[in-house]
Design a protein around this ligand. Structure first.
Ligand SMILES: [Fe+2]
Length: 442
């Protein structure tokens, strides 16, 4: 589904516009208050398709500021202005106030390449966007693939770029990316066919035994990204369950045969692996280190903790959210109230999602809900107590270790991180876990 940012101060109009945009244009509406918080979001979500904004919020030249940002960053994001903004009226669509929702959805549909169909109001976008990374692990596609080109200030055209019989490699996809392309477009009727094709290809690759460790990590990281996006868009379906199973198995294999942490970090950074997968992979690895030192350790414990690592932050949308490790981090962050709320409840939200995953057993759900030290999965407990499950304790300490390791403004040497953990987790069983990590790094 495309995404649209809406800046509208009137609560009534906000509701009417959002509801109709969602129903008739099939776009996800994200509310923002002003130019600054819109720009902040565009920096992390450049795939937003459209910004609809009041010309001014208070005295701020909101439309102008946002338009200038989009232009300076060369983003293919259309802007519709509610009201008059003379300085850019030649370049963007300005709708005279009062703006009726019928006119707004007509304009939004045109900008997003959606055909507003019959009187029932059913929408039929002709093309749907898919991230460039969907093409990393395939060498052909089951259907023609298009790119979106700007035709005029408010019109787009879809041009065929890959034919269904073409064979391509990752380098040729990267060339598109180097030119700034973030998404290809698939004809709507083929989208299911296309995603199933990509999923099956990825599963086949992940299940290969002859992959070297680097190949395995890169493919698993890509699969992790695709699973996250799919879950955030539609929740679990058969394809994402199958793909996540294959990914977790593959991750467990690479964790068992992992290179040293320093070498692994270098590889993760130089291959532009996403923060979410860096975190997920290193977390599973640290859990493996700690578990292997426990007398009670059984192989299924690593499977449980790898499963939880894979999904623990799956509902979070941005790296800034995923980096939060204390309530202080959260309070001092620039996140919006809604984004903070998402961080506060993400442990609980992940457990709710798991209701639709057949492999999520009670151990997995317990560790997941306790993953930030709270029994009810809401908030962050910095110094959790002894009442948590032993596997949760291993997970929590490993999670904080990895968050510090990946934070550029915190120490990166294992020797410096361990005392920080020691000061934070004062209870006896947590101290033992820290000792186990210490032994690993001696
Ligand atoms: Fe988390």
């Amino acid at each position: 589904m495309s995404q649209t940012i809406l800046i509208e101060s009137s609560e009534d109009l906000k509701k009417i516009f959002a509801l109709n945009l969602n129903t008739f244009v099939g776009t996800d509406v994200i509310h923002r208050k002003n130019a600054d918080d819109t720009i902040e979001l565009l920096r992390i979500l450049p795939q937003v398709g459209l910004v609809i904004t009041q010309a001014k919020v208070g005295t701020e030249e909101t439309a102008l500021k946002i338009y200038q940002f989009i232009k300076s960053e060369n983003l293919a994001i259309a802007v519709i202005v509610l009201g008059t903004c003379k300085s850019i009226s030649g370049e963007v669509m300005c709708l005279q106030e009062p703006v009726s929702w019928e006119i707004l959805i007509k304009q939004a549909a045109e900008h997003l390449g959606v055909n507003l169909q019959d009187s029932i109001g059913k929408v039929r976008p002709d093309f749907l966007p898919v991230g460039v990374h969907y093409f990393y692990d395939i060498s052909k596609t089951p259907c023609d693939v298009y790119i979106r080109i700007k035709k005029g200030p408010s019109e787009y055209q879809f041009v065929k770029r890959i034919h269904s019989k073409d064979v391509f490699d990752k380098a040729s996809i990267q060339k598109y990316e180097d030119q700034g392309l973030k998404e290809f477009y698939i004809p709507k009727d083929y989208i299911q066919y296309f995603t199933t094709f990509v999923t099956n290809n990825l599963i086949q690759k992940l299940e290969r035994e002859d992959l070297n460790i680097e190949e395995r990590i890169i493919i698993t990281a890509n699969a992790h990204e695709i699973v996250r996006e799919s879950i955030q868009a539609i929740g679990f379906d058969d394809a994402s369950i199958e793909l996540s199973d294959a990914s977790i198995n593959s991750m467990v294999k690479s964790v068992k045969n992992s290179p040293q942490v320093a070498e692994l970090l270098k590889f993760l950074f130089s291959n532009k692996v996403s923060y979410s997968y860096q975190h997920c992979h290193l977390l599973a690895l640290m859990c493996h280190y700690v578990l292997s030192k426990q007398s009670w350790y059984r192989p299924e414990h690593l499977e449980t903790l790898s499963f939880v690592s894979f999904f623990s932050d799956v509902t979070l949308k941005s790296n800034s959210q995923m980096r939060i490790s204390t309530m202080r981090d959260l309070n001092q962050s620039n996140l919006t109230d809604e984004e903070k709320r998402q961080v506060m409840t993400h442990a609980k939200d992940a457990v709710v999602l798991m209701a639709n995953h057949p492999d999520a057993n009670d151990y997995i759900k317990t560790v997941l809900i306790q993953s930030h030290g709270k029994i009810d999965g809401i908030g962050i407990e910095e110094n959790p107590g002894e009442d948590l499950h032993p596997l949760s304790k291993v997970f929590i300490v490993s999670d904080v270790f990895v968050k510090i390791l990946l934070n550029p403004s915190m120490p990166s040497s294992k020797k410096d991180i361990l005392p920080i953990l020691s000061a934070r987790f004062t209870n006896a069983s947590y101290q033992k876990i820290i000792k186990a990590l210490e032994q690993k790094f001696q």
